[in-house]
Write a protein that binds this ligand. Structure first.
Ligand code: ADP
Ligand code: ZN
Length: 616
């Protein structure tokens, strides 16, 4: 393949970076702090970059690697994605290769030789390879222009992505003191930030913390009421034919949900750690390559998935932390087009997660930490404020009411729930004090509603003075009350059966020392997904451009299949939309479109113009 001819003299001239951005990547300008970061690394400085998913981290090391003399070495834990990353770079005319355990001897030799000969711009390595002496010797035989440490939060021992091999990366600096290091992550809390800096020996590096806002993602959290049907409604009314990720907590619900979608005529595949490696890799690769496929997955899926046109991320179970939620939802809309992050959450989620924390391994400190994570997640779910503001605050950043989340779009009313709260808490109190019994949500709500179920009669709960005192609210409303009391810490669940217990704060409510404000849930919202008309992803394109866009997509699909690469490696949706809107007549016009660099213009320019010719 032909390489891009790049001036290889190290220089701190920022215009060279802009020149590469335009010529190789076909983008007109840098985003956010990209320019500062790139300039800093080109100048030989170390950097720690915190930027949300889709923020444009890759360019921050790819451009310095192209500008500086030598080969940029990228350390990434995502072996299964290296081939795609390298294919995407080849499509841009960048000389890239990888070394990992999936290769045969011959392929490895070739890449090693290219590295030593300086015929690569970028070399991708799995962190475990740096533990091997032959790898170190290889790197010493060539010239390294920079080390990029991708997914740097993998060094954090508390995070769920911890990779022990990342700890060894702190030694890079000792061996190659003159080679700049740039560590990148989309995980943003202060604690993780500090831990990365310390463990990777980057305290002296310049830290670049971008805004964590993802304005094109619409955040919505709805009460769970038949989650599968709600999901189906969401897909049918707003995301028909779109690619999406659905997260479930357990493998069993992953399988069931994927099957449910297929039974309803929606293309979906499962992904979880219990599937064999082959099925997993086939399903992942189909997701990357096919248009409009849905993956139903546990959190084992998604890190490093750089498919730009994931239009929605749905959670059918409550994520364990705001950090996890943010990472997962962040996989939607990397291309900047409108996307949805949708979460259905119910009482059972809270009960289940409390149970999981109580029975989890690890010491008390670890459990307390998990508990704090859950509390923050619940607070996000039950807030009456803008979800985005709440998310940004969580990451130590500020924001304004966004106008693009459910609480901004349909401001929830809050209501004085003190009396229902007292009724519920006193039922729990009576069961405990008068009968020395503990029950979970179902029984307590049945008592409040005055239902003579078998279990109620058997325990003679219809004799309690509180029996039937809550008949003025529906069962769904009571479940909402319970959930919110749990979220506010006015009630707690304990033990294997998730039975209710009072907290110290409950006493204040029972003693009329505090009011309880609750969020009103309309019954309608509880039943269906918010089926309000939403602007679709096509907002930025006039109606007459739609058929052109579809034709371009079909052409792109054929090209991608022929080359065996994901469609977005050829050209992104956002680029195709712009082409369909502008209808360029000549190659020189096409060159001005964002995302069409030199190599892509040469390879696909005529193909694109041929498609457009049909519409003139
Ligand atoms: P991250 O790794 O931070 O999640 P990527 O590096 O994958 O993000 O970039 C996200 C998307 O934004 C990609 O499709 C990329 O091509 C695009 N992008 C990055 N920088 C720019 C830019 N300056 N102008 C236009 N598009 C950009
Ligand atoms: Zn908002």
């Amino acid at each position: 393949m032909s390489g891009v001819t790049i001036e290889t003299d190290a220089t701190d001239n920022p215009s060279e970076a802009v020149e590469v951005l335009r010529r190789v990547f076909g983008y007109s300008e840098f985003r956010g702090r990209q320019a500062d970061i790139i300039e800093h690394v080109i100048g030989g400085g170390d950097a720690l970059v915190l930027m949300p998913t889709g923020g444009g981290k890759s360019l921050c090391y790819q451009i310095p690697a192209l500008v500086r003399s030598g080969v940029g070495v990228v350390i990434s834990p995502l072996i299964a994605l290296m081939q795609d990353q390298v294919d995407a770079l080849h499509a841009l005319g960048v000389r890239a290769g990888f070394l990992n355990s999936t290769q045969d001897f011959q392929a490895r030799r070739q890449v090693e030789q290219a590295f030593v000969d300086g015929e690569l711009d970028l070399l991708y390595l799995a962190p475990e390879r740096l533990r091997l002496e032959p790898t170190i010797q290889l790197l010493e035989r060539g010239k390294v222009s920079l080390f990029a440490i991708d997914e740097a939060h993998c060094v954090s021992q508390w995070g769920h992505d911890f990779r022990p091999d990342y700890l060894g990366l702190s030694e890079l600096h000792e061996r190659w003191p003159d080679v700049p290091r740039i560590a990148l992550t989309a995980t943003a809390t202060k604690a993780t930030h500090g831990e990365i800096a310390q463990r990777l020996n980057l305290e002296q590096a310049e830290h670049f913390v971008a805004s964590f806002d993802r304005p094109n993602i619409q955040y919505r959290i709805v009460p769970k009421a038949g989650a599968n049907q709600q999901l189906l409604a969401l897909i049918r009314t707003e995301h028909a034919g779109d690619a999406g990720i659905v997260y479930c907590l357990s493998r069993a619900s992953v399988e069931k949900t994927a099957q449910f979608l297929c039974d309803n005529g929606i293309k979906a595949v499962p992904y979880h750690a219990g599937l064999d490696a082959r099925t997993r890799s086939t399903n992942q690769s189909r997701f990357l390559r096919e248009d409009g496929l849905i993956v139903v997955a546990t959190i084992a899926f998604g890190m490093g998935i750089d498919k730009p046109d994931v239009r929605f991320v749905a959670h059918l179970d409550l994520p364990k932390s705001v950090e996890g939620y943010y990472q997962e939802t962040g996989r939607a809309g990397r291309d900047g087009l409108p996307s949805t992050a949708w979460l259905a959450y119910g009482l059972q989620d809270v009960v289940q997660q409390r149970k999981m924390i109580d029975s989890s391994e690890g010491d008390e400190a670890h459990r307390r930490k998990q508990s704090r994570h859950l509390d923050a997640m619940l607070a996000l779910c039950e807030t009456v404020e803008c979800r985005r503001v709440q998310l940004l605050n969580y990451f130590g950043q500020s924001g304004e009411k966004c106008g693009n989340c459910d609480t901004c779009l349909n401001p929830p009313e809050s209501w004085d729930g003190t009396v229902p709260a007292q009724k519920l808490l006193s039922t729990v109190w009576r069961l405990d004090r008068e009968r020395n019994q503990r029950f979970g949500a179902g029984q307590v709500i049945d008592i409040l509603l005055g239902k003579r179920t078998d279990k109620v009669v058997q325990h003679r709960h219809d004799q309690l003075t509180v029996f039937g005192i809550g008949a003025d609210l529906s069962e769904a409303a009571w479940r909402g009350v319970v959930r919110q009391l749990l979220a506010q810490g006015l009630l707690t669940v304990e033990g294997d059966y998730g039975t209710f217990a009072l907290t110290t704060a409950s006493d204040d409510v029972l003693g009329r020392k505090r009011e309880v404000m609750l969020r009103r849930e309309s019954e309608k919202v509880a039943r269906a997904a918010v089926a309000k008309p939403k602007k679709t992803a096509a907002v930025d394109m006039p109606a007459e451009a739609a058929p052109v866009f579809e034709a371009l997509r079909a052409w792109r699909g054929a090209e991608a299949r022929e080359q065996g690469v994901p469609a977005y490696v050829i050209l992104h949706d956002a680029t195709l939309r712009q082409i369909a809107t502008l209808m360029p007549k000549a190659l020189s016009d096409l060159a001005g479109v964002n995302g069409v660099g030199e190599t892509k213009l040469a390879r696909y320019g005529q193909g694109v113009l041929d498609v457009l010719a049909e519409f003139r």
